[in-house]
Design a protein around this ligand. Structure first.
Ligand code: PEP
Ligand code: MG
Length: 540
């Protein structure tokens, strides 16, 4: 039995088998070999395995998401047979007498860099594919688990760290909990865990060599503990607590269909945050009044090329239709910082949170922005969509956005493509936006306060830095005053204002937000009924 503590991101409790995910790049060691033919044969066998895995993924994707999205797995199958790529690997094994894992990883990096440096956009985008197939081969060579392998049973995922793009690709049905050695409680991986409603612990000092796939573990989000190989006694106690948790959840279910009204009759909207079309199920299941934040950038993560206008249109349309007239606030892409996508070729930055991200990319690379706006405006015909722009710091940025929006509308008019101009608002997540919220309120339709970034920028605390978790204090007076100021300025202009950062879901602050007059709280679907309970118990 091995008991370790960490920081809890979602306070559930679960007992189940473990799946250990290795770190893709870091564990590949260069070792000297004596039999080159045997190493080359290992590459051949890993390649055959990869072909079979890709075929399975192709078949699954074809059924679930259609031919155009499935095609990428066929491309990967072809790339795996590419003579230049295979020859480069074989050659490195023979001339340097190194192990297959190392030769595959280095060749993958070299080819991927070569593609990334090409002028042709199509070839550039293949850089990420080469990386993907090389990682697959390395995984097969080392016998590491592939989270997307269709045969994996539902498990507790244990990893060194998880990026948002890895997390977003996971089959949610297969994840009982996350446990990671690194990561910060405010990262998007943590946010995704909350969204999926699964227990998650981060910052757990695990030696990944001491544990293995298949062993049993308990993840206790309440106590912030993970126990590997738990005793029979602990398992019995945990099973009892799991049943109690389920009872509590059942009690919350009785709040479904009830109004978000305080004891003195004040009402507030409670909406939900989502990251993908499939999350809409959680929104409806938890009786949210609408979607207050659809993080559209997740449509861009975990893939090898930009989603097309048509793919985006279908996704937004499906969400709008499923929500059947309820408001759906879709945020334009907020790529950058921890949400990295290879094919954007953003390059390395010393300070990515303050770097080239979100609206800055959209204003500098307007073609990417225009594609998304066209898809959004076309989808607005099918429901009650609002569009929201992230990381705003100035009136000029809003003016530039408005100019691009006018061009997009003119283009749609000219081509006689049906569309609707949605309500358009901005995120208030920089101190600059708060301080000029009086001016901004005059030129937008609504505000949504992003307390995650607002806390990061106001307190000068990198939300990704696990060492700073104790300094990341969203209850800080400065943040609460900023929220109040934003609400007052919005209301002076007759505009509505919501909170879509994680703080909106904090029941300790629900009364305060009601007192400030916040119009909407958008929270993880799993928090909707808990916040409703806090509202209904409030005297405000
Ligand atoms: C925020 O910053 O509070 C927010 C909602 O956006 P994200 O967490 O995606 O940066
Ligand atoms: Mg943000």
């Amino acid at each position: 039995m091995l008991k370790l503590s960490g920081k809890s991101v979602y306070k559930g409790i679960v007992l189940g088998p473990v799946t250990v995910l290795g770190k893709e790049d870091a564990q590949i060691k260069r070792t000297k070999i004596t039999d080159a033919d045997a190493e080359i044969a290992r590459v051949g066998k890993a390649g055959e395995q990869a072909q079979a895995q890709l075929q399975k993924l192709y078949d699954k994707a074809l059924k679930e998401v259609g031919e155009s999205s499935a095609a990428i797995f066929e491309v990967h199958q072809m790339m795996l047979e590419d003579d230049d790529y295979l020859e480069a690997i074989h050659n490195m094994i023979r001339t340097e007498m190194v192990n297959a894992e190392y030769a595959v990883a280095v060749t993958g990096d070299n080819f991927s860099e070569m593609f990334a440096g090409m002028d042709n956009d199509y070839m550039k985008a293949r850089a990420a594919d080469i990386k993907d197939i090389s990682n697959r081969l390395v995984r097969n060579l080392t016998g590491r688990e592939d989270i997307n392998d269709g045969n994996m049973e539902p498990s507790i995922i244990v990893a060194d760290d998880l990026s948002p793009s890895e997390t977003v690709q996971m089959d949610k049905e297969k994840i009982l909990a996350f446990v990671t050695v690194h990561g910060s409680t405010n990262s998007h991986t943590a946010i995704l865990a909350r969204m999926m409603n699964i227990p998650a612990l981060i910052g757990v000092p695990i030696d990944l060599n001491e544990i293995h796939t298949g062993m049993k573990a308990v993840v206790d989000g309440q106590k912030g503990e993970v126990i590997f190989d738990p005793s029979e006694e602990i398992c019995v106690e945990v099973e009892k607590r799991v049943r109690e948790e389920q009872e509590k959840l059942k009690l919350l279910q009785s709040l479904k269909g009830k109004e978000n009204v305080t004891l003195s009759g004040k009402t507030i909207k409670i909406f939900a945050n989502i990251g993908s079309v499939s999350d809409v199920g959680y929104v409806l299941e938890n009786d949210a009044g609408g979607i207050g934040l659809f993080r559209s950038e997740f449509l861009y993560l975990g893939r090898n090329d930009f989603p097309t206008e048509e793919e985006q249109f279908q996704a937004y349309k499906q969400v709008a239709q499923t929500m059947a007239g309820k408001n759906v606030v879709i945020r334009t892409l907020d790529i950058g910082a921890d949400k990295q996508v290879d094919y954007f070729n953003l390059g390395k930055e010393d300070n990515p949170a303050m770097g080239y991200r979100a609206i800055r990319i959209c204003l500098k690379q307007p073609d990417i922005f225009r594609t998304q706006l066209r898809a959004l405006f076309r989808a607005a015909v099918y429901g009650n969509i609002s569009v929201m722009y992230p990381m705003i710091t100035s009136v000029e940025e809003v003016r530039q956005i408005q100019a691009i929006v006018s061009e997009v509308k003119a283009e749609l008019d000219e081509k006689e493509i049906p569309y609707k101009t949605p309500e358009q608002g901005i995120m208030i997540e920089t101190p600059a936006a708060v301080m000029i919220s009086d001016e901004l309120a005059e030129i937008v339709d609504f505000f949504s306060i992003g307390t995650n970034d607002l806390t990061q920028y106001t307190l000068a605390v990198d939300r990704q830095n696990e060492k700073l978790d104790d300094f990341y204090r969203p209850h800080h007076k400065a943040i609460l005053r900023m929220i109040k100021m934003t609400v007052d300025n919005a209301h002076k202009c007759g505009k509505w204002v919501g909170i879509c950062g994680e703080l909106g879901a904090d029941p300790e602050l629900t009364e305060e937000f009601l007192r400030m007059g916040v119009d909407e709280l958008s929270v993880a679907p799993s928090m909707v009924l808990k916040v409703r309970k806090a509202v209904r118990e409030s005297e405000v």
